[in-house]
Design a protein around this ligand. Sequence first.
Ligand code: PLP
Length: 483
Amino acid sequence: MSAAPQSRAADVPAAPDDVNALDEKLWPAGADRDEHGVLRVGGIPATELRDRFGTPLYLLDEDDVRAHARRTLAAFRSAAAAHGVQARVYYAGKAFLSTEVVRWVTEEGLAVDVCTGGELAIALAAGADPSRLGFHGNNKSVAELERAVEIGIGSIVIDSLIELERLAAIVERRDAQQAVLIRVNSGVHAETHDFLATAHEDQKFGFTLEDAPAAVARIREIDGLVFVGLHCHIGSQIFGSAGFRESAARVVELHAALLAGGDIPVLNLGGGFGIAYRPEDDPTPIEELATGIADAVAQECAVRGIPVPNLAFEPGRAIVGQAGVTLYEVGTTKPVQVDETLTRLYVSVDGGMSDNARPALYGARYSARIASRTSDADPALVRVVGKHCESGDIVVDAEHLPGDIAPGDLVAVPATGAYCFSLSSNYNYVPRPPVVALRGGEARVIVRGETVEDLLARDAGLTPTPTEGKVRMPVLSERSESK
Ligand SMILES: Cc1ncc(COP(=O)(O)O)c(C=O)c1O
């Protein structure tokens, strides 16, 4: 168990005018309340979803995912077209990957980026065209690289010299041709809403700008590897275009220098486009970001008198983040006197850091609303916490909810579509919730929830009984005999 988190009385947000209101920049489009005040997502009341699927429950609004995919693709395509080039948009599968989501985004025209063999398997199982997949990661195994080459993956982003040689051996043995990029760290990295530019990066991803030319030269020596461009990703949940522009300037300089060794058709500038998690968050619209980045690249190219390359991007959160809502049931409430002036109501829900690790991992701050009703009660400052054995098991650090919130009420947390399901765990043997997709007034499970049987299934201390096929606990004497 961890120590209790610091009291953050100073961070308390102002109480909203209406604690029942749904801020449209946080919720999937069309989320509203029915005539009884019950939250509806995708047209379906939260109480009905609870009755059918239980809680905690991940909800994903399919139309919202598709709309964000279309809007993002259009934004980058038109920003690139303004400079006479094309843009390819990869959906960054790490944000949320399931076969259904792969189908939605590919139907909307996106390519997909994966970063492990597992993610690759999901994308392939969904029927994604291998030539429209990109493969990242700082430690891809020989087996993962082998599989990627075998299926004819569109591109592999090389992250180190060791990986370069691993891949070289594979393409030589298979007599294959593989398009590759190299990941460079531009020295620009995002600090959430801000960015820092440093000369030397102290992190695990990619090549430094200084080391990259030697890596590219080595790639160009290998018959089976085709160098198609540089790749750079400066971080996540970035609100403005300044960091991207600074990074683009540095990377274009390298791109220009490398043109002496041959054509370089692509420049991949990664993902990281921020979304609103709280009402005070104000991310730059994707159209503005896209234009800012494409203009910066074009300007840097013009300065150097080189052609603008085709552009590639990898948004994850911007596609699925706002489309997701997590539904919880309140189990207990407990007022805590923080100081003379501040009382905080702890509201414990039936999930927590196992279904949303981001607050514990990054100090991420979310918003919440009562979902099963509205209330005229005065707002109370609440901290929504989970059921895990960690004081840092916080779902929503500071929020105002109606002061009469009570056990049995439903609480909904918006903007949980990205990096919640994908970072989920079985901590404390809490089964992972199902994911339910909503579309056209219909709800359907797209990832089944775990059961206690799933939790027990991997425990090798249990043996199936031959007759019933059920698990049973071996008695102590059996255990000692088998030693
Ligand atoms: C290489 C790369 N591309 C894309 C992304 C997606 O970032 P986001 O979901 O913030 O757009 C990530 C996230 O970590 C990443 O590492």
